[in-house]
Design a protein around this ligand. Sequence first.
Ligand SMILES: [Zn+2]
Length: 100
Amino acid sequence: MENICPVCHLPEDICTCKQRSKENKQLKIGLERKKFKKYVTTVVGFGSEEEGKEVAKYLKKKLACGGTYKDEMVEVQGSQKEKVKELLIKKGYLEELIDA
Ligand SMILES: [Zn+2]
């Protein structure tokens, strides 16, 4: 049976989370202002496209808002850095590896 990573929910053989912890690679949460004064919250620093997509899906579901993953960046609608950080921690990311 395949082991599934609790952080990214990918099979452990393609998961890069452990490697991330070793490299101390940080996720960076930011805020961008788009046209018409709309904000998007961004997250960068994922180890793989699969991981980024998984996180985008998770945040979209938990925040009940629009979200995408493209160009190695997760974007969710609205100004919600705190909530995003909280959810990433709930998902299993280490707080010290999240730069928000
Ligand atoms: Zn993982």
